[in-house]
Design a binder for this molecule. Structure first.
Ligand code: ZN
Length: 58
């Protein structure tokens, strides 16, 4: 049961990565925009502040 749970999380992470590669927000399906913040460059959802998804790209 524990193993199954880990697999589910991994699948979800893969889907999230695929979404981000396609510049799609995995939370709401919106477009991800490259933004520059205090702590570096990151991708943020175009539906911000409605959707607060961000992904650091270093
Ligand atoms: Zn979003």
């Amino acid at each position: 049961m524990k193993k199954r749970h880990v697999q589910t999380i991994r699948t979800k992470q893969k889907q999230t990565e695929q979404h981000i590669q396609q510049n799609r927000c995995p939370k709401c399906g919106g477009v991800l925009i490259v933004r520059k913040g205090k702590y570096g460059t990151f991708k943020g959802c175009s539906n911000y502040p409605k959707c607060k998804f961000t992904q650091s790209i270093g």
